[in-house]
Design a protein around this ligand. Structure first.
Ligand code: G3I
Length: 370
């Protein structure tokens, strides 16, 4: 369906009528031929516990990411002991429904148990021993799902906001080359998988420069990097359309694909800038939770417009953008209800708290069909 600009507001007004949306085209149909549209799923969604959610995931999306199920602390909480039970169910879900299945993530500074960096409790491990642990983890996990996980976020959030390398324990113990090493082993463990570097705030010029340096370093070393994951934890006022465009084009010039890996758009006030650093915490305050009951119409319109603008940019760059993944199915699921302030009512996604489509969904579908 092609809508005139003038008809869009009228359409949006009638959109609480979910019935209309349900008879319309699905998101994955609208995006067909352009890029994959994905959703990060949580434990109950992996287990298909709710029939309505299960229907939305399989009808609207053609790709999944594990919100938490494949992080180090979930798979490998104790030395030498792997728990693949939930990860297996996640991958089975992707296989059963023929979904482009993403692995997230192999190397991150967060959600890694302390033992990984210690020889005995409290005593730092040697470089050689940590390399061995990283090698074993990558081969155990990537190897197990070889051919069934199509893309891996190999390294996640290795950069500071100023574009320098984050001084994580990985870097402190292994040196700057840990990134190249992780990609090399991931490539060996599954030569067919697409391998990516994933980070937030890449639209900021300094951080973008840091990510470009990582890509070039991998390319110079002759190690495969298939895509850069622009996480896309966005706000109503950030990043600008031109920043988003320039960021995608900067990576395209390097010959790598772009995946928008964790898209959500925060409509709530922020007292901490635009960072998506998971370690941020902020004290609760009623002023920071202005819409506890419902999203006002004017803010809903801004959100809709923002989603439409971003998807227009992604669609214009379909040669480079190979996937756009929403970080959660419905507003009820979003991490933004509890970060960096616990207990807020957040509205960042395409489905509302009841799992009904929001006006933004139809606006996105409309953009994708143009
Ligand atoms: O499952 C436990 C539950 O048993 C326990 O009672 C509860 C009490 O705190 O915690 C639950 O685990 C939480 C988990 O989310 C599931 O809700 C963890 O504490 C919490 O730390 C975890 O947060 C996740 C965060 O990464 C840290 O791993 C978010 O769900 C997840 O959305 C977020 O995702 C990250 C990406 O991986 C990387 N990029 C940024 C993005 C957003 O922070």
């Amino acid at each position: 369906m092609h809508l005139q600009k003038t008809t869009l507001p009228l359409l949006l007004l009638c959109l609480s009528c979910a019935a209309w949306a349900q008879t319309g085209i699905t998101l994955r149909q609208a995006a067909q031929g352009k890029f994959h549209v994905g959703v990060a799923i949580n434990t109950s969604q992996i287990e298909a516990a709710d029939a309505k959610e299960d229907r939305i995931i399989t009808q609207q999306f053609d790709s999944i990411s594990p919100e938490n199920a494949l992080k180090w602390e979930r798979l490998h909480a104790k030395p030498g002991v792997y728990d693949f039970a939930l990860a297996d169910r996640y991958v089975d879900y992707g296989t059963k429904h023929h979904l482009y299945t993403v692995g997230h993530t192999l190397v991150w500074h967060s959600q890694v148990p302390d033992w990984v960096f210690e020889s005995t409790p409290g005593k730092p491990i040697t470089r050689a021993a940590l390399l061995e642990r990283l090698h074993d983890h990558i081969f155990a996990v990537v190897g197990r799902y070889k051919g069934r996980i199509q893309a891996w976020d190999v390294v996640n959030e290795a950069l500071n906001d100023d574009g320098s390398l984050r001084d994580s324990k990985w870097r402190q113990i292994l040196g700057d080359d840990y990134i190249v090493q992780a990609f090399r082993w991931a490539q060996e463990a599954d030569p067919q998988a697409e391998l990516g570097y994933n980070d937030y705030s890449l639209e900021n010029p300094k951080k973008l420069a840091g990510a470009i340096a990582i890509v070039k370093k991998l390319q110079t070393a002759g190690v495969k990097i298939s895509y850069v994951g622009i996480q896309g934890h966005d706000h109503l006022d950030w990043p600008s359309n031109s920043d988003e465009t320039q960021t995608i084009e900067a990576f395209a010039r390097l010959g790598v694909k772009v995946a928008i890996t964790e898209l959500d758009i925060d409509v709530l006030p922020s007292a901490w800038g635009h960072s998506a650093d998971v370690s941020l915490k902020h004290t609760a305050d009623a002023k920071l939770n202005p819409y506890p009951k419902a999203l006002p119409e004017d803010v809903s319109r801004q959100l809709t417009q923002r989603y439409a603008d971003l998807f227009r940019i992604y669609a214009e760059h379909r040669q480079s953008v190979e996937r756009v993944t929403l970080w959660g199915l419905s507003d009820r699921d979003s991490w933004l209800n509890n970060w960096p302030v616990v207990g807020r009512t957040s509205y960042p996604l395409l489905f509302d708290r009841k799992g009904d489509p929001k006006p933004a969904l139809l606006a996105v579908e409309d953009v994708l069909q143009k």
